[in-house]
Write a protein that binds this ligand. Structure first.
Ligand SMILES: Cc1ncc(COP(=O)(O)O)c(C=O)c1O
Length: 951
């Protein structure tokens, strides 16, 4: 470059060059290895002509990082963040700075994957067990899970759990009239396809026969009700009792488990998680002893490693079978791990006294407000409440709410005569003055009221039981201690900030800093989901744009961003299909065809949508067996609702026959659902809406850069062709739709949508296409490098794979006894997270490199896999003992290596530093291989006593 370089030559390289790992030279070397002259040539062979889009995506030209951030600043500026006192399950909260910066904004936490490989996940597993302990302590129930998607869906999960677990043959589920409106609406959506009858009750009349009852504690109106008598009546009918409870209220109120609840659900949002215009937030579920095997979602438990030291892992893993196809009881897969971790850390930081203080402070503000209103002549409806005051102002409610808004406060307009005011951790006396002024109450001295007013909690419901007695909730009160605790846990884990995570079907690509930055800006983080729309103008613009861009990318006509995980997108898509058939007078169409290779959530979602699952066989190549498909279509022709296919297939192959599959199903009157979890292999090259599908869900936490957060959050938008657009999910607090909501908040996990918006904005049409092409090239490069060492299962045209490849260990296992588990754990010694194990085929590893890994990292991974193959060869030849070898004993901890005794027939160096490159930045597994079965036999799902860690 000369000193005459033009300004355009000197501008920053496009973001795509930061997102895509390999540079031009790297790409050329990879192409040479794969045997193609150009990426275009590779794609021409790999991707079937029949599905290829001819045009370029109609997206705005790519913006630079600064430009995208500036645009996001403008959008953020169009949101107006008022003081939120709306309540309804969403409360403002203070995310302690040490948690915000070192956890929420820290890639060491947010880029981790679901802790299926427990040895490299001990940090987040400990954080989750803290969360479970918080929940089970506060609810006084025996076992709590590691998070669900939101309070409303958790309530729906509790409803179906109650039905499975109860003795009652009734189909009735009774819902508290004072339940949150979004909970009622989601329950309705979920109950209808399953033939569950919802009956709303204020519990003044006798309880009907039912299999379950949900009480809101405290109610949406603020009222605190002692539900012991309701629980007794329910139990007398063989029904289960579900309490939807507010965790902060439980710091002061008797716990649901003490009042007779069998199940408690709720949101942990107000434990330090920003409002985010509705999410993401972690819901919780806790159950009494006896129901733990029925819990949906993940459960962390304590087990032990090969040295009999305590170690965490997902408990009852066989129970992941809650998504076990047609026998599924729930479709929850991705949940809300990062948010559960934040909520748990909030409790660690504050401890029980701190939480109680925040609870009391919140309550006292409500008490002072109620007293001020009463003294000002305003009727306060309930005598007992925790944080919410319901005021009766006949005919004046809208005026009061409008006046409060003028004063900078959002209140809840309940109806023409009632206003709800909810206090939270951020409430100050100043806010109460603004609220009282809106009610036209003047002349009150709040400090005097504070001194005089009595608490409004029922005496019979005063909490007397202890909670959070474990030392972890007492040891990290200074910021230094908290900082180091977070760091210590983070250091135990492998996340993307350490090395590539080659998990097939998971698309662990870059989550760029620029994409992540906006999510903690107050203008995005601080908005209540039910804030008036004019206060959310920036959000609505961003959401509208993102919906349009995703429609363009997928070739569909309409998109809903409401589903907060892929599983919920599947459910929403199937509900749309169901509603469409019903609207055409074909409600008998209830059979959903699903190939045997499908992800478990597909069938689980179909069952939840009231469909019957018919499995279609796959051929030896892993493709849908067309003969079997034709036979199944013939068999179910009259009742065929849909087929659900993943494209490219879960085997990582572009099936040539997809267009024919769509035609066959359409000819029989069915709809085609394409699971878009693998869209990373299609963006810019092919569009499901164009090649024949009617509906898809996408996983923004895969293809569109939302980080996995250690197992959530996710966003699973549902995209449809025009004929299904009227059947996208609605919401009770927004305009009507033919189908009810699938999430608590109108726009689901809106708070993380800026990430995907920024990704698309910065990549533009060409960048997105280049990313897909690179993902295909990288997968084929890996397949080519590994195939001399491991058989690569399933390839498509030209022996090519799509964006991932499966290496087959079954023969190797047969010959040597070395299993996929051994290889996965040995990879830990080499510093890598294992690929996806035994999905979709048992005994295999599915590897997805993504476009973001550069050639050096891909080579490092290949070298590790090849070195492991050499170790396997030593087992085969007898050079290594068949049972006492580095593979079987992996991972090796520093502790085991520096022990005075080393009784293994291989060296410590071979164990720890199998390749010279491993020495630099060596990752040390904190535990040895974990015994899964031990933990299930001795189920412990809350913080173990410290004594458990003593030698
Ligand atoms: C093919 C496929 N479909 C659906 C899902 C479910 O998505 P989620 O985990 O977001 O619910 C996954 C998740 O990994 C998947 O791989």
């Amino acid at each position: 470059m000369t000193d005459l370089s033009s300004l355009s030559e000197l501008s920053s390289p496009p973001f795509a060059t930061r997102h895509i790992g390999p540079d031009d030279a790297g790409q050329t070397r990879m192409l040479e290895a794969v045997g193609f002259a150009s990426v275009a040539d590779l794609v021409a062979v790999a991707v079937p002509e029949a599905i290829r889009s001819s045009g370029r995506l109609g997206l705005p030209p790519a913006a630079g990082e600064s430009e995208a951030l500036a645009e996001l600043r403008v959008l953020a500026g169009r949101n107006t963040v008022l003081t939120s006192m709306i309540g309804l399950g969403y409360h403002d909260t203070i995310t302690p700075g040490v948690i915000r910066r070192n956890l929420l904004e820290n890639p060491g936490w947010y880029t981790a994957y679901t802790p299926y490989q427990p040895e490299i996940s001990q940090g987040r597993l400990e954080a989750l067990i803290n969360f479970q302990t918080v929940v089970s302590d506060l609810t006084a129930l025996d076992v709590a899970g590691a998070s669900l998607l939101d309070e409303a869906t958790a309530a729906a999960e509790a409803m179906t759990l109650a039905r499975r677990a109860g003795r009652s043959p009734s189909t009735v589920f009774v819902v508290d009239a004072d339940a949150l409106p979004q909970t009622k609406a989601v329950l309705r959506t979920r109950a209808e396809p399953l033939g569950i009858e919802l009956v709303e009750s204020d519990f003044t009349a006798e309880l009907p026969e039912c299999f379950g009852v949900l009480v809101q504690y405290p109610g949406a109106s603020g009222r605190v009700r002692d539900f012991r008598a309701i629980a007794d009546a329910a139990h007398a009918r063989g029904a289960q009792v579900v309490a939807a409870a507010d965790l902060l209220a439980l710091t002061l109120l008797a716990a649901p488990g003490e009042l007779g609840a069998d199940i408690a659900v709720g949101s942990s949002q107000r434990f330090g998680v920003p409002l985010g215009f509705g999410g993401p937030h972690a819901a919780y579920m806790a159950v009494r002893d006896g129901l733990q095997r029925q819990l949906p979602g993940r459960l962390v438990g304590v087990s032990q490693d090969a040295d009999r030291r305590p170690a965490y892992r997902l408990a009852l893993q066989t129970r992941e079978q809650h998504i076990r196809r047609e026998k599924a009881t729930s479709n929850i897969c991705t949940a809300q791990v990062l948010l559960a971790v934040i909520a748990g850390m909030y409790a660690v930081y504050h401890g029980p006294e701190g939480l109680r203080r925040i609870g009391r402070r919140t309550h006292r503000h409500a008490v002072v407000l109620a007293e001020g209103l009463r003294q000002g002549g305003v009727e306060v409806v309930h005598d007992t409440f925790f944080d919410t005051v319901l005021a009766r102002v006949p005919g004046r409610a809208a005026g009061v709410v409008a006046a409060a808004r003028e004063n900078g406060v959002n209140l809840r307009l309940v109806d023409a005569d009632h206003v709800g005011v909810t206090c939270d951790e951020k409430t100050e006396l100043l806010h109460l003055e603004q609220v009282l002024a809106a009610f036209e109450v003047s002349g009150t001295v709040l400090a005097d009221l504070d001194a005089a007013a009595h608490d409004a909690l029922p005496a019979a419901l005063t909490r007397v039981s202890d909670y959070l007695t474990h030392p972890v909730f007492h040891s990290h009160r200074s910021e230094t201690a908290m900082l180091r605790y977070l760091r210590r846990l983070q250091d135990k884990d492998i996340a993307l900030d350490r090395s590539m995570i080659p998990l097939g079907s998971c698309t662990m690509k870059l989550n760029a800093t620029t994409e992540m930055e906006p999510i903690t800006w107050p203008e995005f983080a601080g908005l209540h989901p039910y804030a008036p729309e004019d206060q959310a103008a920036g959000y609505l613009e961003l959401i509208g744009e993102l919906e349009r861009w995703l429609a363009e990318v997928t070739g569909y006509d309409a998109v809903s961003l409401q589903p907060n995980a892929g599983s919920q997108g599947e459910f929403a898509g199937l509900l749309a299909i169901r509603a469409y058939h019903t609207a055409r007078g074909e409600s008998g169409r209830d059979v959903c065809l699903i190939p045997s290779s499908a992800h478990g959530t597909n069938a689980a979602s179909a069952v939840m949508a009231g469909m019957r699952v018919a499995v279609v066989a796959c051929d030896d190549q892993g493709n849908v067996d067309l003969d079997d498909l034709v036979a199944k279509i013939d068999k179910h022709r009259e009742r065929l609702a849909a087929i659900m296919v993943t494209y490219p297939s879960t085997h990582g192959v572009y099936e040539e026959t997809i267009v024919r599959i769509c035609e066959l199903v359409h000819e029989a009157g069915g709809q085609v659902y394409v699971d878009g979890a693998n869209l990373n292999a299609l963006v810019g090259l092919a569009r499901p809406g164009e090649f024949g599908a009617d509906v898809s869900h996408l996983n923004l936490h895969k293809t569109f850069c939302i980080p996995h957060g250690g197992g959530g959050p996710g966003v699973g938008p549902v995209a449809v062709r025009a004929h299904l657009a009227d059947y996208l999910p609605g919401h009770p607090l927004r305009e009507g739709s033919a189908v009810g909501p699938v999430s608590a908040a109108p726009y689901g996990s809106a708070g993380i949508l800026p990430i995907s918006w920024a990704y698309i904005r910065m990549m533009g049409a060409d960048g997105l296409k280049a990313a897909t092409e690179q993902a295909i090239l990288s997968a084929n490069y890996l397949a080519r490098r590994l195939s001399p060492h491991y058989p690569v299962l399933y390839t498509g045209r030209g022996g090519l794979v799509a964006h991932e490849c499966i290496v087959d260990l079954r023969q190797i296992t047969k010959e040597t006894g070395v299993t996929v588990d051994d290889v996965a754990k040995r990879l830990v010694d080499y510093g890598f997270h294992a690929p996806t194990m035994s999905f979709p085929v048992a005994g295999t590893l599915m590897i997805e490199p993504t476009e973001s890994e550069d050639l050096a990292e891909l080579d490092r991974f290949c070298e590790a896999m090849i070195a492991i193959r050499e170790e396997i060869a030593k087992v085969a030849s007898g050079a290594y003992d068949r049972t006492d070898n580095p593979l079987r004993n992996a991972p090796h901890t520093a502790d085991s290596l520096v022990a005075d005794e080393w009784g293994h027939p291989y060296t410590r160096t071979e164990a720890a530093y199998p390749l010279p490159s491993v020495r630099e930045g060596k990752y040390w597994s904190p535990v040895r291989r974990i015994d899964q079965a031990y933990g299930d036999r001795n189920l412990v799902c809350s913080c173990p006593p410290l004594a458990a860690y003593e030698d």
